[in-house]
Design a protein around this ligand. Structure first.
Ligand code: IPE
Ligand code: IPE
Ligand code: MG
Length: 243
């Protein structure tokens, strides 16, 4: 590992949960006159570097926005390619997850993904379920609003069948019904490619998350950029509404 890089951050004060909106694959490809698909392929290299680095330095949770519910509206061939890249990634990375003590998880409406992808997801979750290092959480067919709708539906079912009383519903109840149940809220949210928006990501969970946005396009994002983000995070004072 690059020790000089590590000296720039305080490893005892790492964000426990880092979330990333991995944006800019298409623009990166376009810049070099290539198809958007090429950008997505190269985005996978960035994912590998960031996952490995987070596991090495001891980040506990990394949530990556890989495919939103709105992304289905992209051209058919792009969606198809994204799904096949995802399948390939899950097959190729499983040994790395096992070797590096990484626990694989997902958030999102997994039922809506192609069955082959669902099978790979199941396998990766099962084979890494006892790992205790980094939890890699991929957001797939995910949006914050669909997550909240889904959890409200399940809350309603439980109220209806008598296992939950309306007067007992508080913020922690709601957190417990979300896909991220059991995970702490993100401390740091990174977005690449410079857009100043949330794009329906983790709406409930980011109420007090620190934001860091960079113009770097996702296929060019590497551990040194993540170190910059962590450095910025460590220089901030989180007040949570207090003085
Ligand atoms: C992010 O890159 C990847 C996904 C949303 C799947 P984009 O494909 O959104 O790239 P830009 O934003 O068009 O450059
Ligand atoms: C957000 O990026 C979704 C993912 C990174 C998967 P988009 O490219 O879909 O978001 P918009 O269209 O810029 O809001
Ligand atoms: Mg985009």
């Amino acid at each position: 590992m690059d020790n000089r890089l590590l000296q720039e951050i305080d490893l005892t004060q790492l964000p426990v949960h880092i979330a990333i909106i991995m944006d800019g694959n298409g623009r990166w490809a376009k810049k070099q006159g290539l198809s958007r698909i090429y950008g997505h392929q190269n985005g996978v290299t960035s994912i590998r570097d960031i996952v490995k680095f987070c596991a090495e330095i001891g980040v506990k949770y990394l949530t990556l926005y890989a495919f939103s519910t709105e992304n289905w509206a992209r051209p058919k061939h792009e969606v198809k390619k994204l799904m096949s890249l995802l399948e390939e990634y899950l097959v190729k990375e499983l040994p790395t997850f096992i070797e590096n003590n990484i626990r694989f998880k997902t958030i999102g409406l997994i039922d809506g993904l192609p069955p082959v992808v669902q099978d790979r997801i199941k396998e990766n979750i099962e084979r890494t379920t006892n790992n205790t290092g980094l939890t890699l959480n991929l957001a797939l067919n995910y949006s914050g609003r669909s997550e909240i709708s889904d959890s409200i539906r399940r809350i309603a079912v439980d109220v209806h069948n008598g296992s939950l009383r309306p007067e007992d519903i508080d913020e922690s109840t709601i957190s417990g019904y979300l896909f991220t149940s059991g995970m702490p809220d993100p401390d740091l949210l990174i977005r690449t490619s410079g857009e100043m928006r949330i794009s329906n990501f983790l709406l409930w969970q980011i109420s007090y998350t620190e934001l860091w946005i960079t113009d770097v396009l996702w296929p060019e994002f590497r551990r040194e950029h993540l170190v910059d983000a962590i450095k910025a995070y460590q220089s901030r004072e989180r007040r949570f509404g207090k003085v």
